[in-house]
Design a protein around this ligand. Structure first.
Ligand code: NAP
Length: 258
């Protein structure tokens, strides 16, 4: 389905990462890939190990809070790929204290950091990607239900996800109207135990909640694969008429009223 296509993927840390499961599906369908990781030997080693089986064209360091890192990463993509078709943004961070203290205690600095890493980075990466993307290309980000509803302790990350989802609508409109007709969508994933999710402090309790309430089974190993497959759909031509959407893949959890 993706023979001849190329993807640049941000946000794989290990083989539990949702970005890894999206990459796995892209790889199974013939897509060539390049990855980014946080700068530092330790991160590079870990991500290189996790992505080895995909035989990536490149792995390049990039802290998305630094414009010079973003410019350098896309320079590598230009050299290795020429042009590409798919951008995956699977990145989020908020300082630990924002999950531990009441929302009312959020500092200006913590607000800024969470919004910068988790939401602004989508705008910055999309802008850098656009000149290199082929017509009809697709951009995908990862979001969570807390953008819409109160979720205990999610606090700043919920605000960042709301900004991210709104950014998807604006980017989708602007990029869809340009000549290249790039699509931009978000996948709203149900709770899955990853490093980032463990940082929120409540992941086991959240998964129990999903197990009890979602119409389809959620919280087992297959959940990440479900996320990967939904990512494949949105990034492939199967979703050629879909843009600006927040698409849930959570076993139906979000439709439950009580
Ligand atoms: P993950 O494996 O920990 O991935 C998070 C990624 O973000 C890591 O690769 C991390 O790199 C990267 N990152 C953080 N700060 C960065 C920065 N300044 N520059 C570049 N990269 C940075 O966790 P995940 O759960 O798969 O998270 C991926 C996305 O899915 C996030 O947007 C998350 O909010 C979303 N999501 C997750 C769930 C869930 O339940 N797991 C549910 C819905 C949505 P380092 O680890 O090297 O810092």
């Amino acid at each position: 389905m993706l023979q001849g296509k190329k993807a640049f993927i941000f946000g794989v840390l290990n083989d539990r990462s949702l970005g890894w499961h999206i990459a796995d599906q892209l790889h199974k369908h013939g897509c060539e890939m390049g990855f980014s990781c946080l700068p530092g030997e330790r991160f590079e080693r870990r991500v290189a190990r996790a992505t080895e089986s995909f035989r990536p064209r490149f792995l390049t360091p990039c802290d998305v809070t630094r414009d010079e890192d973003i410019a350098a990463a896309f320079q590598v993509a230009a050299e290795q790929f020429g042009t590409f078709d798919i951008l995956v943004h699977s990145i989020a961070f908020a300082p630990r204290e924002t999950f531990e203290k009441p929302f009312l205690e959020t500092t200006r600095e913590a607000w800024r950091t969470a919004l910068d890493v988790s939401a602004y980075s989508l705008v910055a990466l999309s802008r850098a990607a656009l000149p290199l993307m082929n017509p009809g290309g697709s951009i995908l980000t990862l979001t969570y239900h807390a953008a819409e509803k109160y979720v205990p302790d999610y606090n700043m990350m919920a605000v960042a996800k709301a900004a991210l989802e709104c950014s998807v609508r604006y980017l989708a409109t602007e990029l869809g109207r340009k000549e290249k007709r790039i699509r931009v969508n978000a996948l709203s994933a149900g709770a899955v135990k990853t490093v980032a999710a463990t940082g929120t402090g409540e992941i086991d309790r959240m998964i129990e909640h999903y197990r009890a309430r979602a119409p389809l089974a959620w919280g087992d190993d297959a959940s990440s694969e479900h996320v990967g497959k939904a990512g494949l759909y949105l990034l492939s031509d199967l979703a050629s008429g879909v843009t600006g959407e927040v698409h849930y893949v959570d076993g139906g959890y979000n439709v439950m009223g009580w």
